[in-house]
Design a binder for this molecule. Structure first.
Ligand code: SF4
Length: 406
């Protein structure tokens, strides 16, 4: 297939595909899907080998957010019955982080709900970063605290943060349909502040909110322009009690095409499968490891993932290996250029408020349509059945008395 040969060559050379080529990946048929995965998988292996980086989420502060991100179970007015608690103390957060690190994670992502941190909040998180770093040599820490004010990124860096996450989530054109309490430009500004402070920038998207293929390509090209070291790809978890509860738009095949498109557009960037992995990829999760080089271990912010042991077994069974703390995530040219993603002595990427697994910040979109069986239907327009049975609100780990899933 000429398209895939072209995309493979470009990916190996780190050359940007055309928008039409990226759109064509999303429009491939089920018959072509394994060829798409094989081509994008070669790009993945060129830059990341068979390594899988494990990241571990610690939700420092859950729920009660004044923002109205439609995808988020922690949003203003959310009726989702999630855990709600205020700031964890540094020793509580450190204890949760230790469980993830013992399970094989090399990065801890410290996430807090809210529009953005106060200076007092930055102090709290700085204390938490120090507590985690004091007890875990070589750990990478990413903060995800919402919109940053001037000087806060520098303070987090000085406290030892390696990375900062803030997701764009969706295209500029549809952003206002998802959130009204802040803007797309606000989000871009925070990613740029993190970059400018020398933190490794992590910024990604949420798929499945009803966006078009063009929207998906728009946001991925916008991310490439921002040049983050890592790109988390979330698949919307339609939480009951949020405005997007009925948005079951994704199939496993659609998720694989999206991940392949992101890999082709951002070939040498850490592509991380984030929230919604188990819910939408389901038994196709191992195939997605050929596209992404990073996942979250265990649970998400407000929902439960599969058992941490199942994550590890999946990686081993699929023929991949967990990336060690001594290994640098990013290819040398990126790690050197950014001081970032992968070299934990410097900076790295993470995940944050807004999208890991329906915990944080997102919009709304087209609902699944049933097509007449004899009529060909474009995959993007074909919805999957609601799998509410696969959505479990997190009831263990941070903010509870029960042991975390790691
Ligand atoms: S994504 Fe973040 S800012 Fe938006 S509602 Fe959720 S917690 Fe608040």
């Amino acid at each position: 297939m000429d398209l895939l040969n072209t995309l493979l060559d470009k990916g190996l050379r780190r050359e940007l595909p055309t928008r039409d080529e990226a759109l064509a990946v999303l429009a491939t048929s089920d018959d072509e899907l394994l060829d798409v995965v094989a081509a994008a998988g070669k790009v993945r292996r060129q830059w990341f080998g068979r390594r899988v980086k494990l990241n571990y989420l610690v939700n420092l502060k859950s729920g009660l957010c004044p923002e109205d991100c439609s995808y988020c179970s922690q949003r203003l007015g959310s009726k989702a019955e999630i855990l709600k608690y205020t700031w964890l103390k540094p020793d509580q957060a450190s204890e949760a982080a230790a469980a993830g690190l013992a399970g094989g994670a090399k990065r801890v992502c410290l996430v807090a709900s809210g529009r953005g941190p106060t200076d007092r909040d930055v102090d709290r998180v700085s204390d938490t970063i120090k507590a985690i770093k004091d007890q875990n040599e070589g750990v990478e820490v990413c903060a995800c605290l919402g919109l940053l004010s001037d000087g806060q990124a520098e303070r987090l860096r000085d406290a030892g943060a390696d990375a900062y996450n803030h997701n764009l989530n969706t295209s500029e054109g549809t952003y206002g349909d998802i959130t009204t309490t802040h803007t797309y430009a606000d989000r871009v500004d925070t990613v740029q502040k993190a970059h400018a402070a020398g933190l490794s920038a992590c910024s990604g998207l949420i798929a499945g909110m009803g966006e078009s293929d063009e929207d998906l390509v728009d946001v991925v090209y916008a991310l490439r322009a921002l040049d983050p070291d890592s790109v988390p790809v979330n698949f919307l978890i339609p939480f009951e009690g949020t405005p997007l509860a009925k948005e079951w738009n994704l199939t496993p095949q659609r998720c694989l095409r999206i991940l392949a498109m992101v890999r082709f557009v951002c070939p040498d960037v850490e592509v991380r499968i984030a929230g919604g992995r188990e819910v939408h990829l389901r038994t196709m999760q191992p195939l997605a490891l050929h596209l992404a080089n990073s996942i979250f271990l265990g649970d998400y912010l407000t929902s439960e993932g599969q058992a941490g042991k199942a994550d590890l077994d999946m990686i081993a069974d699929a023929g991949f290996e967990v990336e060690g703390t001594g290994e640098v995530t990013l290819p040398e040219h990126r790690a050197t250029a950014h001081g970032g993603c992968g070299s934990h002595a410097d900076a790295d990427a993470g995940a944050g408020c807004g999208s890991h697994g329906g915990g944080g910040c997102g919009p709304c979109g087209s609902t699944a349509q049933e097509a007449a069986p004899e009529e060909p239907v474009h995959e993007a327009a074909r919805g999957s059945e609601a799998r509410t049975d696969l959505v479990s609100v997190r009831r263990r780990g941070a903010g509870t008395d029960l042991a975390p899933n790691a």
